[in-house]
Design a protein around this ligand. Sequence first.
Ligand code: GLA
Length: 723
Amino acid sequence: MALAVVAGPADARVAVDEAGRVFRLDGAQVTYAFGVDEKGYLQPLYWGGALDPAAPLQARATRELSGFDPAGMQTAQEYAGQGEGLVTDPGLKVAFADGSRDLVLKYRSYRLEGETLAIELADIARPLVVTLRYAIDEQTGIVTRTATVTNRGRQPVRIEAFAAANLTLPGASSYQLHFLSGRHAAEWTPHAVPLSPALTVLESRRGSVGHGNQPWLALTRPGQTTEEAGPVWFGALAWSGSFRLSAQTDNIGRVRVAAGYNSHDFVWSLKPGESLESPRFYAGYSHAGLGGASRTFHRFQMERLIPGGAAAALRPVLYNSWEATAFDVTAEGQMKLAERAAKLGVERFVVDDGWFGQRNDDKAGLGDWTVNPRKFPQGLKPLIDKVHALGMSFGLWFEPEMVNRDSALYRAHPDWVLNFPGRPRTEGRNQLVLNLARTDVRDYLLGVLDKLLRENDIQFIKWDYNRNWTEPGWPEAGPDQQRVYVDYVRNLYFILAELRRRHPGLEIETCSGGGGRIDTGIMALTDQAWTSDNTDPFDRLAIQDGFSLAYAPAIMMAWVTDVPNWANGRTTSLDFRFLSAMQGGLGIGADLNKWTAGDEDTARRWITAYKGIRATVQRGQLYRLVRPTEGAAQTATLYVAPDRAQAVLFAMQRGSQWRDQWEPLRLAGLDPAATYAVRVLGGGALPEGVPARASGAWWQNQGLTLRLRGDYVGLGLVFEAAK
Ligand code: GLA
């Protein structure tokens, strides 16, 4: 094929064969291609491992399969309009002003916008245009896709479903669908189900991402794909509101995926001349199993998504007061905790809920973002100064989008919450959701937060969100009020971006009762994520494993808290708690006033050890050597630094029985020719049978055999390459 146009940096390119009307994106051992057939449909042609430039890619018109399966339905379309009998999920479904609901999108033109390929599709008869945009990342081969629909007609068009992307994979005997779901304090449970003609929908109808399904999926081939080998196609929608990802096999076994705004309760009136843009959808491929897929996506997140990218600061060790003091925060109490935290080596001190308004429990005060004068008689300044003098940065908790009925804000603006007039305003944790889609609410919140940040020397915000929507009404918007699902999230992104712009250096954590609002959209505007309110170190191993399928340990916060754990009453050693929490961004959430001198020594030792490996944990390649599947007695994770000079192994044991020893743990990702010396993380003698040094080849092929004694015990081993 003649590649007429080439754009992009050396290792990634967009190529267009104008004669054959084929479009190719190539990057990092991945090829993604689509083309126009004789009838003008844009068809997916290929997505997988890199193809050679001369690969004979060509779109050909699809015939009807039978009278029941017409050509329009049989044609796999790169982005399908709902029309012509389509029976799989479309990219776009509309109703025109005259009631027509037939939309057939065909290829019109392409253009290059820098390194982005823009493809214009249009309906065969009406002036409705869809622009698809594609860019491929040269490091990871991840394709970023968006769709924009534009009404070039004279009448409004009703949009009833709008996706960022459709995806198709070739027919095969079987595919497996992987996804993540959960609930409060039990997020990130991995699921793997056979993909079938039964449509599987991963969605949120909650206005926010929620703790249920994640806007992420992966597709694998049973019998071919394992944790470390075989094909994986994965995708994630960058959207922190109601979303919908659907997948099924079609009548000839092809995978059909649609990903975009949730069409449930969604209508958007597109006026003449207006456009609506979809969120971004990231699509990636790996031939190195689920492990390879997550390492690829982690790298993309770290280098392309998180603020600062590869230059972003490592997560500081933080202290958070929530589990220690709950709402009972006072200047004096927090100062005492800060002194104790600083002595342990903590680098950031965060005051959680309870510092503002009349907030003494969860029944009052939300919305009133003024410092409580009884708890902080001289404002926050003395505490902030103290925290800074102790060498730590200062962070503060907010839940800006919420309001208690018992608050000055709600008394002044009862109309500011999501509601349907005359209907109940259902509360969750005694709170209502402010309608951030309203410009006045958006500007008010931005003003309040901006003022607090201007008046106080604050380095970090924990941005919480402790319920989802119930009555999603926006009465002032009349018939257009379902825009709330989009406008709300856009305004949230606007505030986050604007705060960052006005306060360079400010860091933000996304939190929603734990991990209820984590996705690749909010990731671009926040520096870290609160993974779960469940801080039990054993439950956390499963939570962190699930999280890591989709998202990078670079943003995954984990705390060491007190025992028995609030979530399940389990008591574990401080060592075990540290070893579990060190596998992401380390924090401490315990009541330090109760810690003995011995506890403090232990904590100091672990925090020092963590600082020596955190670059590897937060920026390295993660290998899930033994995964915590249901009831697993042993799990192991390995983090390898990008330059392979250091690797850290965490071996965690739930329980001992029968003097069992572990199966050999074979490491991965090391330089086979380099010699690695091994030491115990946090100090102590090497376990019996583990040599003090050996080559990367040895550790990867022979591996090591551990025998840990006791229940809820763990071991960290650090491998350093000889210089
Ligand atoms: C949520 C968060 C917790 C804590 C509380 C405060 O549950 O996830 O970490 O901040 O709110 O009310």
